[in-house]
Design a protein around this ligand. Structure first.
Ligand code: PNS
Length: 159
């Protein structure tokens, strides 16, 4: 049984995240998508909302579970029988930070990190960019799943 984790803030989940999650789901027995509870950083969506959106947009994958964690990712891995982290790499600029985290996680608990290159059509995407586009009424089609786009539109217009 190979259970891996895709960790992140997911504020909100984008099609770039979904690309990595779905490809990981095709490779491993179980993929746990773990939302970081960050008490020092206020997001646009609450952790409950992010989890709810992730559940909705991954419902077609029977082996994807959504969870949340705080503290160290390696402690979440130990508590949940997870031996590897799967992360997407969009560009070389992601690499330095990701390598540092991967090395720290291996050093602390022998948790491996496996990198997957993001599909090229999503290599520019990030949750912050999505929030900017949404804030100014830009077109989100193809960038986020429809439930996320409609939730963003409602949040931005206060409807
Ligand atoms: O989507 P993000 O914000 O880039 O995700 C970052 C995340 C959640 C993967 C990373 O910040 C994380 O793992 N945080 C938990 C603390 C931790 O274990 N840090 C790495 C070793 S010091």
């Amino acid at each position: 049984m190979h259970r891996v984790v895709c960790p992140g803030s997911f504020d909100p989940v984008t099609n770039g995240h979904l690309d990595i999650i779905s490809r990981a789901a095709a490779m491993y027995d179980e993929v746990v998508v773990a939302v970081l509870i960050n008490v020092t950083k206020q997001g646009l969506f609450t952790v409950d909302e992010r989890v709810e959106l992730l559940r909705e947009v991954t419902s077609e994958y029977g082996n994807v579970k959504i969870d949340r964690f705080h503290g160290l990712l390696v402690d979440f891995c130990a508590a949940n029988g997870i031996t590897a982290v799967v992360k997407g790499l969009r560009a070389v600029s992601d690499f330095e930070y990701e390598m540092q985290m991967a090395q720290a996680n291996y050093r602390m608990a022998k948790v491996e990190t496996l990198f997957m290159t993001t599909s090229p059509q999503y290599s520019f995407l990030s949750s912050s960019l999505i929030k900017q586009i949404a804030r100014f009424g830009g077109d989100l089609s193809g960038l986020v799943p429809e439930p996320v786009a409609s939730r963003l539109r409602r949040r931005m217009t206060g409807a």
